[in-house]
Design a protein around this ligand. Structure first.
Ligand code: NAD
Length: 488
């Protein structure tokens, strides 16, 4: 067991994890991470790693692969189970660090931290599930079967907005199927992923099976993507970077999985339970300050209930608690950094310039914290930026519709296809929605955000590429099929 990761913020030399050791960046460089709720507070000083750290990590992972992949799956699962226990023992510290480094309100940070233990336990269960199919040979009747084998070294690149859940749902399947891993967490939220790393370290994961390299995308991400010993890249993040990663990796013949942005619609029909629909709209649009790939960006409400829905949503926004993310009652906290703050404020301005009306919010509400008030637009044109682009903040727009066909058509009129919701009491409307809405995740009478561990998670259209994540879908990505003709 290595030193406690909780000391890492004050000891930057402990923040990379290479070949089972906590290590500095080989170039000696560091960067400071600030608290978005209190930007003068330095959360920690972390390695600003480079290509040589990636190379050492990939070598360590390649060296560890034969032993790890030869370990019985049940033995690999036992490590994940022990890591889940270790995560549970540190949920409070992990949640507090998550809140401090990227501003997620504590109540959501706690849920996310606890969920990572469930992710590890679910994937531990994969040790006992089938890895192939048995047939018989046409000519002889001898055994003919498929076998799913691990790929080797896989590279995982993750964003800051779910700094526990996303690394966990990539690492856990990669490891249980027998791969070795190099993780590049987001620069904006390295500390949370170090808790996961420490939990696996405490659980006795052999040296080199997991390696973590912290630093900039261009200096750590790119060398990882192009390293010849990395067989596959699983990436979650923005569309621009994701497409670049896909192009670089596929040109080198690698397997790639992308989970990208969303522009997620919520449809409310006239017969819906408006109280529940308003709650879902609020949570979907504003929890985590709208910094979820599955956040609700467009709310289509059927004309007869539009005015009532608007008034009730405005009342809900007025009563929601906005502010200090360490207060367990806070629902909406700050944006992750100054850049995001400026981007979101600029998007709000553009929304106004393009004819949208701000019904509430629309501005920064604290001089210190990167806090933007929950913002509700109305009168946004279907071809305006707010109706089409992903604005990664607490900003959503209301639209009125007359027929369900029209609502579905407008909901589909974006390049993304991650998540969508409908609130309705009509079976017919439900069926039309399930059949025609272009998104990988469909919710009937629940908000656009949320992901169960045991089912596939992922987008279609511009929101994703390659096999989905989580559930048994993860097997597709982290293993490859060989076919065995076995005569005696
Ligand atoms: P980002 O694309 O800026 O960064 C994602 C990761 O890629 C980070 O670790 C970053 O350092 C790294 N990176 C940056 N440049 C790179 C390069 N040239 N080569 C390799 N790696 C590089 O995204 P972000 O700002 O951290 O996250 C927000 C975005 O993520 C939003 O668009 C959001 O919708 C998306 N997201 C999608 C999902 C999903 O499952 N669909 C989930 C969460 C977030």
């Amino acid at each position: 067991m290595s030193d406690s990761v909780l000391e890492a913020p004050t000891r930057p030399e402990l923040a990379n994890y290479v070949g089972g050791e906590w290590a500095p960046a080989r170039n000696g460089r560091t960067y400071q991470k600030h608290n978005p709720a209190n930007p003068s507070e330095v959360v920690g000083e972390f390695p600003s790693s480079g290509e040589e750290d990636v190379a050492a990590s990939v070598e360590a992972a390649a060296k560890a692969f034969p032993g790890w992949s030869d370990t019985p799956a049940a033995g690999r699962a036992a490590v994940l189970m022990r890591a889940a226990d270790a995560i549970e023992a540190r949920v409070e510290e992990m949640a507090a660090d998550m809140t401090r480094e990227m501003g997620k309100p504590l109540r959501e940070a706690r849920m996310e931290s606890a969920r990572t233990a469930a992710i590890f336990r679910y994937f531990a269960g994969e040790a006992w599930r089938p890895k192939g199919e048995l047939y018989e040979q046409a000519a002889t009747g001898s055994a003919l079967y498929t076998l799913r084998r691990p790929l080797g070294v896989v590279g995982l690149i993750t964003p800051w907005n779910f700094p526990a859940a996303i690394p966990a749902w990539k690492m856990a399947p990669a490891l249980v199927y027998g791969n070795s891993v190099v993780l590049k967490p987001a620069q904006e939220a390295p500390l949370t992923s170090l808790h996961l790393t420490a939990a696996l370290d405490e659980a006795g994961l052999p040296a080199g099976v997991l390696n973590v390299v912290i630093g900039r995308g261009s200096e750590v991400g790119t060398p990882l993507v192009v390293h010849p010993k990395v067989r596959a890249i699983s990436f979650t993040g923005s569309v621009t970077v994701g497409r670049q990663v896909r192009d670089e990796a596929t040109a080198l013949g690698k397997r790639v999985q992308l989970e990208l942005g969303g522009q997620n619609p919520l449809i409310v029909t006239a017969d819906a339970d408006l109280g529940r629909a308003v709650e879902a709209a609020y949570a979907g649009a504003f929890w985590s300050a709208g910094q979820k790939c599955t956040a609700t960006r467009r709310i289509y409400v059927e004309a007869p209930v539009y005015d009532e829905f608007r008034q009730r949503l405005l009342a809900r926004i007025a009563s929601g608690k906005v502010g200090d993310p360490t207060d367990p009652e806070t629902e909406v906290g700050p944006l992750v950094n100054e850049q995001q703050l400026n981007d979101v404020l600029e998007a709000i301005d553009q929304g106004k310039r393009e004819g949208g009306r701000v019904l509430t919010g629309g501005e920064r509400v604290d001089e210190e914290s990167y806090l933007v008030a929950p913002t509700l637009f109305e009168g946004v044109a279907d071809d305006a930026m707010l109706s089409r682009a992903e604005v990664f903040g607490p900003v959503t727009s209301l639209y009125r519709f007359d027929t369900l066909d029209e609502a579905i058509e407008r909901a589909n009129a974006v390049e993304f296809g991650l998540s969508a919701s409908i609130f309705t009491n009509s079976l017919e409307a439900t069926q039309a929605f399930v059949k025609r809405l272009e998104a990988g995740l469909l919710h009937v009478n629940s908000q656009t955000a949320g992901a169960d561990v045991h089912v596939p998670f992922g987008g279609i259209k511009g929101s994703g590429f390659g096999p989905h994540e989580q559930g048994r879908a993860a097997l597709e990505f982290y293993t490859e099929v060989v076919t065995v003709y076995q005569d005696v």
